[in-house]
Ligand binder design. Structure first.
Ligand code: GLN
Length: 508
């Protein structure tokens, strides 16, 4: 088991570790070598090799002592929107922003702490759009991330570092966050699997806030099985997050193979009704994306699922609604970065107001400033009723549309994004184009529903296409089950970026 440790999935890593075929330290060394060799992707913002080795040794010791957690020795990395205890990890917490370039968190985010308690080894922090605002990872203050499938293309965003790192086999799994698509869209652009759970399933404590009524953490990996393994450790009630869902834990791993009542062998999805909203298949949908998605849907049908036509009539409205509500919440959340309470402080300044102004002008990038201005505007007297309140009402109607669909089906399916990954720089200076490309991910976010991106083969230029699956509230189990059935029957998730063939070890 020497040549290709970096090609193993989380499930395969756990199997090998349990069978003592390799140690957590050997696995960690292999992944660190891989991360060093592919530093040009820009996926990692920080690596702490020494502490990663210490954690790996601790995992090996725990395994020897019989006290290992469920993910003991699995190397992962965190989107740099999660704070990580600096004293424990040696890692900064930047949110991809100059504002927090030197920020050293005194504590771990709940998701980080839970994954650490499960035994994972934290290699480092992953690049992302500044404060998770973006769809291409080009808004990071620390430079873009390259798509491992084609280094002239974006990896998607805002969890672009996470998606690129998993696709390039620098880690088998990573954390991401999704406010309006930031797990699903980069997963689609990089050909990996990602799940945004129902709002409230994973604690937001220690996730640097963008839009609090939408932000949700989730795992990104190559398979649904690996997503289930990670989500099992990440999810669960947290009294430090006021919107954390207080419910009994779900068994996501058991859900993968949960037999459907009366389903015959070979048709594991028999009885599952999958709704196809006609608004998710518009005439303007890129032909290659439509074809790949329909091919994956045909596989689900072959596995027993029934495809039914449904409608989400307010799909288009999700764009203006989201781009009012998310900036409104962002403008409020980001007020704490004033150079006094948190964040970069301008070296040259006059009075207190001048200190605030200069610190914020220097610390925030252009997209973040744009959102703060939009958000402040829609919340201001006279515009609140016209914009913010209207958006809130429409948000409720969008959620009601989903509820109506779920009377006819168990899952909703469609594309994750209207096109494959675009070129680096292609949308620079045209933020509206990037906003419009969020059309298929925003509706589930606004409704708080769980959504998943599953590889569906390749489109134009040999670039990955993602199939989106959306479930009922708290029905992550059905999403994971359907995705796992698809991945057992097909090889879409096994496709690899060209130039990083399985088994090819980088020279350390
Ligand atoms: N692309 C969306 C935005 O820019 C979603 C980002 C996210 O989910 N964090 O806001």
């Amino acid at each position: 088991m020497s040549g290709a440790l970096h090609t193993l999935s989380v499930a395969e890593q756990l199997h090998g570790l349990a069978g003592r075929r390799f140690s957590a330290l050997e696995l960690t060394e292999a992944m660190l070598a891989r991360a060093r060799a592919h530093a040009d992707l820009g996926a990692f913002l920080a690596l702490d090799e020494q502490r990663a080795r210490e954690q790996a040794r601790a995992a090996d010791a725990a395994r020897a002592a019989g006290t290992a957690g469920p993910l003991a020795g699995v190397p992962i990395a965190h989107k740099d929107i999660f704070v990580t205890d600096y004293a424990r990890t040696g890692l900064p917490s930047t949110a991809g922003s100059k504002m927090l370039a030197d920020y050293r968190s005194p504590f771990d985010a709940t998701v980080v702490a839970r994954l650490a308690a499960a035994g994972t080894v934290t290699l480092g922090k992953l690049n992302c759009d500044e404060f998770a605002m973006g769809s291409a990872n080009e808004n990071s203050a620390f430079g873009p991330v390259l798509n491992p499938w084609d280094r002239t293309r974006v990896p998607g965003g805002s969890s672009g570092g996470s998606a690129a790192a998993v696709a390039a086999r620098l880690v088998a799994a990573a954390t991401g966050t999704d406010t309006g698509g930031s797990i699903r869209q980069p997963a689609a652009f990089c050909g990996i699997t990602g799940i945004k759970p129902t709002y409230g399933v994973c604690s937001r404590y220690g996730m640097i806030a963008f839009a609090s009524s939408l932000d949700q953490a989730g795992p990104m990996a190559r398979t649904a099985e690996d997503c289930a393994l990670l989500l099992a450790a990440m999810a669960g009630f947290d009294e430090r997050d006021a919107t954390s869902a207080e419910r009994a834990p779900d068994d996501y791993v058991a859900a993968l193979a949960r037999p459907r009542e009366g389903a015959p062998a070979g048709r594991p999805l028999q009885g599952l009704r999958i709704g196809l909203p006609k608004e998710f298949f518009p005439a303007a949908l890129a032909e290659d994306v439509g074809r790949a998605v329909r091919t994956a849907l045909a596989e689900l049908e072959r596995l027993g699922a029934t495809l039914v036509d449904v409608s989400l009539p307010r799909t288009e409205l999700s764009i203006p609604v989201y781009y009012i509500i998310a900036p409104a919440e962002a403008s409020s959340n980001l007020s704490r970065f004033d150079g006094v309470r948190f964040g970069h402080r301008a070296a040259q300044h006059g009075d207190l107001l001048d200190l605030y102004k200069k610190s914020r002008a220097e610390g925030f990038g252009p997209e973040v400033k744009r959102r703060i201005m939009i958000g402040t505007y829609v919340l201001s007297h006279g515009y609140y009723d016209a914009y913010y309140l209207q958006a809130q009402k429409l948000r409720r109607m969008i959620a009601d549309d989903f509820a109506a669909c779920f009377r006819d089906c168990d899952l909703i399916a469609g594309p994750v994004a209207p096109t494959v990954a675009w070129r680096l720089g292609e949308q620079a200076g045209d933020p509206l184009r990037a906003y419009l490309a969020d059309i298929f991910t925003l509706p589930a976010s606004l409704a708080g529903l769980p959504g998943m991106s599953v590889p569906a083969g390749l489109g134009a230029g040999g670039l990955p296409v993602g199939l989106q699956l959306i479930g009922r509230h708290f029905d992550e189990g059905t999403l994971l089950h359907a995705a796992h059935a698809l991945q057992r029957a097909t090889d879409f998730h096994r496709l690899e970026p060209p130039g990083s063939p399985a088994g090819q070890e980088p020279k350390p």
